[in-house]
Write a protein that binds this ligand. Structure first.
Ligand code: 0WK
Ligand code: BGC
Ligand code: BGC
Length: 935
């Protein structure tokens, strides 16, 4: 007899002497869930004792106790839950939900509130063929579906599917076993479908609590529902599935999305009057998801739109709220379960547990002689023998007493009519409570929706799925009735999910596939901006070569202009000087030089310097061939300047003529200085090791102290000469074409000096915004951004300022602020768009900083080699809005220099007073040197 007992549980690996006879299998309903109680050891002990107990029952049975009706009342009363208790559960669950949403860690929230990266309910435009693998929704079985989405409203293609029972030793085995089993089932299913073996897209419905970090990245937190495979908790289950499919090697399947079954249920609901925004599953386990306001989900850095959150209410266990409704049977069930103390709420509602609760009550009443004349059958004394299907049938009024009788007989019992009626009452008590508790929890979710949407009356559709909802005769009606009682201000429509969420998973997969495709297009577009070590080292080497040619006076894109600054300050410089700084962000006008003098005179008046004859240092930030300290022939304008009659002129003369015209006789222009030189000098005043000047602002350029012997065209072999590299023009000979992208070409063609200043146009502030704008236009044309809608604004030149990059990439700015900047530009963007725009900005500024770093590394190495040093310590004086304001530019430049010039310890000094002070210092040094030659 004992053997047959185990028969009923039939799915487990048992020692031979305990393996059941074939005939006993009947009771095992395919996909039916033989609960995985810790029966091995308990059954051995208990079974035997119970078997013996069962066997020791007198033929005529035990007399019915006199207080049987009290015993029954007491039992059934335990399952009665008052409205007040339901309201307390509702309130307590709501409290836990909001606590978890706020990210409050202690006390540990009773529910997890896991963001699912599903940001919108289906548009109905999703289309394509998708494979869906469902694992865990229905306990010991997995399902594979082939779902075709037509993208045409109301046009629905019936999914094809196949269910596979998961062997117990797999559910309790290793993770590899489980995922290999899943991959095997996938192949078996696909072998039967007329589909290609390549490019299949799969949506993975994995119905367990997971931390998702993306639509296709999800880490299992803990198993539930009788699963306990080793080596999976804490792992990315998508990767485990990908590895298993790889090992299987039969199909090339891309797992593009992982979805909780509640999300699949919500997304799969037919598009009715209003989309479903809540997904409820009551199958072996239970859970709910809903569309929460993204701004209220603390872990998400988002303030607009909504995100689907999986509540994982199965773990809800607030002793205060649940304590009073937990019965002794619940404690026994939990104690005997695979995960005692966990999923307490689920163990009162989930289909895996309802049958067991009923069995425990029936066994209890039988031992008290109230049922079956006190004679339990071995089956009744064995955990997991009463299944959800049994309970659902026994409660189904259409089943009738005969059917209940048959089921109880199948469990080895000899029921009398009164037993049948009492068993039905027990089933009703257990399931009514389950439905009411589920309703209290759902009412908490509805209250949360009402709060977050600030709506007096909430209209919402709830998609329902799972065999308890589908098969239990009264579960849904009790659920709906109790919800109306607990959330009267909510107008809720319940939409049974047509196919258990398979379509919903395919919907999410379609969205994920679209996003994945967009991501691939984004990566392809940005790949040319991601420079690797070799490419940067090549730029460094090409720059060294161009420097050498330029210094030798040979044709080179680097003019390497002598500046006649032969020394950096030694700190002894003293005196008052006037400094003029033209070429950066400020001071841009036409009638140039007259206007400049007007400004100087105006400045003198304001500073009370009128009439004082002060030496003036003129920072002129354009390529000038200097013939002396106070002579500079403008070679060509850059940075959008285009004042006429200046190129080829000595700009110092032009200034002096303007001074003469203005009779501002007291102005004495002593030196003309490039802003890089001015910056080097002003920082050199503080740090004598400062021998390189760098500007990364509107334009970009660098200078450094070169050995005079290396400077062709300037007499003398000893001493130094500061060289203005004019590196903005680096690559004008085509040496950078391999790195140049179509976006760089668009910016160059649209500039007033096409083909010129190529290096500058990949680095400096005047151009980065435009490069980004062209990339955004390209991605919009691909449909990757802004739903493919080209906006007039985005087609406007210079509308995307480089300062936006600095703002958008600032760590302190949340995505929400990024979105605000972009919306001011009239761009209709989604949260994914915001992320992509951020990545575009990062790619463009990173390339600029790396190229700039490669340039500085070339200069530092040149100085080190000039001096035949193993190691060089040198400082770089830096100025320019982009370098100073961009949150990461300076650190990226420094990191690139460390990588490409490891033997140079390079310190970057941000110039505080601009190059004006440098111009004054150059003037002072010139005056000092002039003084020393006169004496
Ligand atoms: C401030 C310096 C000036 C230089 C400017 C460059 O004083 O000489 O031209 O930095 O930065 P920008 O203003 O172009 O951002
Ligand atoms: C799992 C949930 C799942 C629910 C319904 C629970 O045990 O933790 O993730 O949604 O069962 O299948
Ligand atoms: C000019 C340089 C200047 C740099 C930074 C470039 O466009 O050609 O002379 O140093 O901008 O302002």
């Amino acid at each position: 007899m004992f053997v047959s007992l185990l028969g009923t549980l039939g799915c487990l690996t048992l020692p031979d002497e305990l393996r059941p006879e074939e005939s006993d299998q009947l009771l095992c309903v395919p996909g039916g869930q033989p609960p995985l109680w810790k029966f091995m050891d308990s059954i051995r002990s208990e079974g035997l004792q119970q078997g013996e107990e069962a066997l020791s029952c007198p033929e005529e049975g035990l007399p019915r106790p006199s207080d049987s009706s009290e015993l029954v009342q007491d039992c059934l009363q335990q399952f009665k839950v008052t409205v007040a208790q339901l309201q307390q559960i509702q309130a307590s669950l709501l409290g836990s939900m909001e606590q978890a949403l706020r990210g409050q860690a202690s006390p540990v929230p009773a529910v997890r509130m896991l963001p699912t990266y599903v940001g919108s309910t289906p548009h109905g435009t999703e289309q394509g063929d998708f494979v869906v693998l469902e694992l865990g929704a229905t306990g010991a079985s997995l399902r594979v579906l082939w779902v075709t989405l037509t993208g045409i409203e109301g046009h629905r293609v019936e999914p094809r599917s196949q269910e596979f029972v998961i062997p117990q030793d797999v559910m309790l085995g290793t993770g590899q076993q489980l995922f290999d089993f899943a991959a095997h089932c996938l192949s078996e299913f696909l072998d039967a479908q007329p589909v290609s073996k390549q490019g299949l897209q799969l949506g993975f419905s994995f119905s367990f609590p997971c931390h998702q970090t993306g639509l296709d990245r999800s880490t299992l937190i803990s198993w539930t529902k009788g699963f306990r495979c080793s080596g999976v908790e804490g792992q990315d289950v998508v990767q485990l599935l990908r590895d298993a499919i790889q090992r299987q090697g039969a199909y090339n399947i891309d797992v593009v999305a992982v979805v909780n079954d509640t999300v699949g249920t919500m997304m799969g609901c037919e598009l009715g009057a209003r989309p479903c925004e809540v997904g409820l599953v009551v199958d072996t386990g239970t859970n709910v998801c809903y569309m929460e306001e993204a701004r209220d989900v603390a872990v998400l850095d988002e303030d607009r739109g909504r995100v689907c959150v999986s509540v994982e209410w199965g773990s809800f266990s607030d002793d205060g709220a649940l304590g009073p409704v937990l019965t002794t049977f619940d404690h026994t069930l939990d104690h005997e379960s695979l995960n005692p103390g966990a999923q307490r709420f689920e163990k009162m509602i989930g289909g895996l547990y309802l049958g067991e609760l009923v069995r425990l009550v029936l066994a209890h009443l039988t031992r008290r002689g109230v049922l079956f004349r006190g004679c339990p059958s071995p089956a009744l004394l064995s955990q997991g023998s009463v299944l959800l299907e049994h309970v659902a049938e026994m409660e189904d009024p259409s089943a009738g007493a005969a059917r209940v009788h048959a089921i109880l007989q199948d469990l080895g019992l000899s029921p009398e009519a009164s037993d049948v009626e009492l068993v039905q009452r027990v089933c009703a008590a257990v399931c009514t409570r389950a439905a009411q508790l589920c309703a209290a929890a759902l009412a908490a979710v509805l209250s949360r929706l009402q709060h977050s949407r600030e709506q007096q009356t909430l209209q919402v559709a709830v998609a329902t799925g799972g065999r308890v909802c589908e098969r239990h005769p009264r579960f849904c009606s009790i659920l709906q009735g109790t919800v109306m009682l607990l959330a009267p201000e909510c107008d809720v429509s319940f939409i049974p999910s047509a196919d258990g969420g398979g379509r919903g998973v395919a919907m999410v997969t379609a969205v994920a596939a679209r996003l994945a495709a967009h991501r691939r297009l984004l990566e392809e577009t940005l790949a040319p901006f991601r420079l690797n070590h070799d490419q940067l080292a090549a730029v460094q080497a090409q720059m060294r070569e161009a420097m050498a040619k330029g210094l030798r006076g040979e044709a080179s894109s680097l003019r390497m202009l002598p500046t006649y600054v032969r020394a950096t300050p030694d700190g002894s410089e003293r005196g008052d000087f006037l400094a003029l700084d033209l070429g950066g962000t400020n001071f841009r006008v036409l009638l140039l030089f007259d206007h400049i003098v007007d400004c100087i005179v105006d400045f003198q008046q304001k500073q009370g310097l009128s009439g004082q004859s002060l030496p003036l240092g003129f920072t002129f930030s354009f390529p000038c061939k200097q013939l002396g300290l106070d002579q500079g022939i403008l070679l060509n304008w850059t940075k959008g300047f285009n004042a006429s009659d200046c190129e080829g002129q000595d700009v110092v003369s032009l200034l002096r003529e303007a001074i003469t015209r203005r009779q501002a006789v007291e102005l004495n222009v002593v030196a003309i200085v490039n802003d890089t030189v001015g910056t080097m000098m002003s920082c050199g005043y503080e740090d004598p090791r400062c021998e390189i000047g760098l500007i990364v602002g509107t334009g970009t350029n660098a200078c450094y102290m070169e050995e005079l012997r290396n400077v062709a065209g300037v007499p003398g072999d000893s001493g130094h000469m500061c060289i203005n590299m004019e590196w903005g023009a680096f690559g004008d000979d085509g040496s950078l074409d391999t790195l140049s992208t179509c976006f760089d070409a668009s910016v160059d063609q649209a500039s007033i000096n096409p083909g010129k200043q190529r290096f500058e146009k990949m680095i400096s502030g005047m151009y980065l915004g435009e490069i980004v704008r062209h990339i955004l236009l390209h991605l919009t044309s691909l449909g990757v951004l802004f739903r493919g809608q080209q906006t007039q604004r985005l087609q406007t030149r210079d509308i995307f300022k480089t300062k936006f990059l600095s703002e958008i990439e600032s760590d302190s700015l949340a995505l929400r602020q990024v979105r605000a900047i972009l919306e001011d530009l009239g761009l209709p963007l989604t949260s994914d768009d915001t992320l992509m725009v951020l990545e575009v900005c990062q790619a463009v500024s990173q390339r600029a900083a790396q190229l700039c770093g490669a340039g500085v590394a070339a200069v530092a190495e040149k100085i080190r080699e000039n001096r035949g040093l193993e190691e060089l310590a040198v400082s770089v004086g830096v100025d320019g809005t982009l370098y100073k304001l961009h949150p990461h530019f300076s650190s990226l430049v420094a990191a690139t220099v460390r990588e490409l010039a490891p033997r140079c310890a390079v310190t970057f000094l941000q110039s505080e007073d601009g190059s004006g002070k440098g111009a004054a210092l150059v003037t002072a040094v010139a005056c000092r040197l002039a003084q020393s030659t006169r004496v």
